[in-house]
Design a protein around this ligand. Structure first.
Ligand code: F1P
Length: 345
């Protein structure tokens, strides 16, 4: 009997190069001409739970960087229970509510609370067009190419990133679909063997994911993937924050995964080198030619993708590491321990 463990997760992770152009085509035809302009608002609140809360953290920093509008990420429960702590009634606010399933109770309540307590505007992003959350607003963004069977979010997460990038960039570069498909497939072809080597590496027991600016939200997401899929010791920090205490946990069985930003690359590589000196191994994820010699592992993605459209490329290979580790530990990444696809209260 063939081992069926993780077959959905594996297929869904590897399908990202094909699904991303589908979502970009959908956005180009249905949304590019009418995507809301964040500069029409005084501030933006972005909310979700678990992976989609971490997506919100990435989105808030990315959108504030690209539009200059104040963007605040919140767990849905914060908005549900204490919207008055977060919403300024004198300001014109846009709420972006993100949920793969569109069924998470907290996020449904968060949207209700927002609409009840403000006269703000809301925008829903979900993978399921027929979900309760999608039906709560007149015009949801439905990234249906991200629908998935596995419990841990993989292609759903990266497909829900594209509408956020469009909100910042306002238009999709010509031919981006083909370029991003090729870049993603090249990444997987080049490093899939390394993801298996790292995933199965018996001497790696602790994972630390480091990212700054928008990449901190992605560091949180891959930290969660490693926990959900492989029940591993896994933490996430802003890059330079790691020296201020958490580095005390680095030992010879640690892997430091650096999601390197070209702008702050020098300082970020310096952190990774410091961790090598105290026994940690390093995985550097960055653009071509941005990693120095003697980093233990390097995942380079090509520089042909416009800077602000690169973010989804940081995820598939680390999702594969979590998948490989799960399988090597005899687990089933499709069915993480104690977890369901969404939390219904
Ligand atoms: C949110 C979520 C997932 C988590 C688990 C439980 O789901 O917390 O992030 O991985 O599957 O549900 P959603 O609101 O994005 O559907």
């Amino acid at each position: 009997m063939q081992d069926q463990r993780g077959k959905h997760s594996h297929r869904e992770i590897l399908s990202q190069p094909e699904t991303w152009p589908e979502t970009l085509d959908y956005l180009q035809s249905d949304w590019e001409s009418k995507i809301p302009n964040l500069n029409d608002y005084d501030e933006v609140i972005i909310t979700g739970c678990g992976s989609t809360y971490y997506l919100s953290i990435w989105a808030a920093r990315y959108l504030q960087k690209t539009t200059g509008v104040t963007c605040v990420p919140l767990p849905s429960s914060e908005l549900w229970f204490s919207s008055e702590n977060w919403i300024n009634p004198s300001k014109k606010t846009l709420l972006i509510a993100i949920s793969r399933s569109g069924q998470t109770t907290e996020t449904l309540h968060a949207l209700e609370a927002f609409e009840k307590n403000t006269n703000g505007t809301s925008l829903v992003i979900t993978c399921y067009a027929d979900s309760p959350l999608a039906k709560m607003t007149a015009n949801p963004i439905t990234t249906t190419a991200g629908m998935e069977t596995s419990v841990a979010q993989t292609r759903s997460f990266t497909n829900m990133m594209w509408p956020i990038i469009l909100l910042g960039e306002r238009e999709i570069p010509a031919e981006l679909g083909d370029t991003i498909r090729q870049s993603a497939q090249d990444l997987i072809n080049a490093y899939q063997a390394s993801t298996a080597e790292i995933g199965k590496h018996a001497e790696i027991e602790r994972f630390f994911f480091l990212g700054s600016g928008p990449l901190y939200g992605l560091a949180l997401e891959v930290m969660l993937k490693m926990k959900e899929m492989s029940l591993s010791y896994s933490e996430a920090y802003h890059f330079l924050e790691f020296r201020h205490g958490p580095m005390s946990m680095v030992n010879n069985n640690s892997l430091l995964v650096g999601l390197v930003d070209p702008k702050t690359r020098e300082h970020e590589i310096s952190v990774l080198k410091d961790m090598q000196r105290i026994g940690g191994r390093t995985l550097t994820v960055c653009g071509l030619g941005q990693a120095p010699q003697n980093m233990d592992y390097v995942f380079n993605f090509d520089n042909h993708i416009p800077e602000n459209w690169k973010y989804p490329l940081y995820l598939p290979l680390i999702q594969l590491i979590a998948y490989e580790r799960s399988i090597s530990k005899g687990l089933n990444p499709d069915k993480p321990k104690n977890l369901t696809k969404f939390i219904e209260l």
